[in-house]
Structure formats: structure tokens, C-alpha cells
Design a protein around this ligand. Structure first.
Ligand code: HEM
Length: 168
């Protein structure tokens, strides 16, 4: 029932003039993919740099709150560009993503990453030393940083995997 609705939505989207323009104008899909990938590179680097600082691997001479203030705010506008470029890629070839469990795995992981990153940004904005207060906080911060790296990596993996799991 759900799959039937998604298949119908894909068919409707594929019949729109925007979809056929995206699909038949040779440069549009490679351009959208290029912008998507450039944004992925900046977003992933920003998030993981902060995670590695939390783990004490990088930039130990700079307070965590300074590293977070430098890199985390960039994530939100970049996510917006990813949403637009990803959305247009879906309009161009709706079936590839909308009738594909891997795409929903990617979106579920993205929701987790957004919650983790917002919580980290909010905790450090309200209390700069939040994750350094005691050993328990440091361990919890390390676990959150590892979880964040794994979740962002999972999104990258799922993004690539969509191409290999599309419905026939
Ligand atoms: C914000 C919402 C997002 C949407 C709607 C979206 C949508 C898409 C779509 C439709 C594709 C093309 C898949 C295909 O047809 O093969 C794609 C590719 C990809 N996405 Fe996203 N995406 C989003 C965010 C992200 C994020 C946050 C990341 C990683 C941090 C990411 C990483 C990737 C990767 C690595 C690819 C593969 C690119 C390629 O092989 O050319 N995406 N995305």
C-alpha cells in the first residue's frame, strides 16, 4: 500500500516538465551531483573535525567550544543546499530514491545526525565546558563523538548505495 503510493508519486513526478528537463538536459544532473558532493565534503569535514576534537585527537590546544563555534554553524546552510540538490535529483529520477529502502535509511540516519549535532552545538553554546566537567561527561562526549562519526559515515555509505539498490 505504502509502496504503491510511493510508486504512484514517482510516476506523477516523472511526468512533470521539471523532471523531464532535469533528465534530458545533459549538464543538469552532473552539476547537481557535483554541488551535492562538494557540500557533503564540507559538511562531513566540519562535523568530523569537531568529533575528533571531542575525542582529543585533533586541535587539543584549542577549547572544544571554540572548535565547535568555528565549524558547526556552517552545517545548517549546507544542509539546506543538500536538501535542494538532493530534492532536484529525486525529481529528475524519482523511482531511484522514492521506491528504494536505502534512501529512507539515509534519511533516518540524517535525522539522527541532526539530533546529535544540534545537541552538541546547543550544549556547548549554553555551557562552554559542558563536556569537560568530569570523567563521566568526557566518556559520554567520546561516545557521542564516535556515534556521530559512524552516523555521518553511514549517510555517505547509504548515499552511494542508493545507485546499487534501486528498484528495477
Ligand atoms: C538533505 C537531504 C538530502 C537529500 C534529499 C539527498 C538526496 C540524494 C539523492 C537523490 C542522491 C542521488 C542518489 C542516486 O540516484 O544514486 C544523493 C546522493 C548522495 N548523497 Fe545525498 N541527500 C541529502 C543529504 C545528504 C547528506 C547530508 C550526505 C552526507 C553527509 C549525502 C551524501 C550523498 C552521497 C555520498 C551521494 C552519492 C553521490 C554520487 O554517487 O554521485 N546526502 N543524495
Amino acid at each position: 500500500m505504502f509502496v504503491a503510493a510511493l510508486t504512484a508519486l514517482s510516476k506523477w513526478l516523472a511526468a512533470t516538465s521539471l523532471s523531464s528537463t532535469i533528465l534530458t538536459t545533459g549538464w543538469i544532473i552532473p552539476t547537481l551531483q557535483t554541488v551535492h558532493i562538494l557540500c557533503v565534503a564540507v559538511l562531513f569535514s566540519s562535523a568530523v573535525l569537531v568529533d575528533l576534537r571531542m575525542l582529543g585527537v585533533l586541535q587539543r590546544d584549542v577549547p572544544l567550544s571554540d572548535v565547535a563555534r568555528r565549524f558547526l554553524p556552517a552545517i545548517w546552510p549546507i544542509l539546506l543546499v543538500l536538501l535542494v540538490t538532493g530534492g532536484l535529483l529525486i525529481v529528475g529520477e524519482p523511482r531511484r530514491s522514492l521506491v528504494n529502502g536505502t534512501f529512507y535509511l539515509k534519511m533516518a540516519l540524517l535525522a539522527v545526525a541532526i539530533v546529535l549535532t544540534s545537541a552538541l552545538q546547543w550544549s556547548l553554546a549554553s555551557t562552554p565546558g559542558f563536556w569537560d566537567r568530569d570523567t563521566g561527561r568526557r566518556v559520554a562526549g567520546g561516545i557521542a563523538a564516535v556515534a556521530s562519526i559512524l552516523v555521518w559515515s553511514g549517510i555517505l555509505f547509504a548515499g552511494r548505495w542508493i545507485a546499487y539498490t534501486q528498484a528495477g
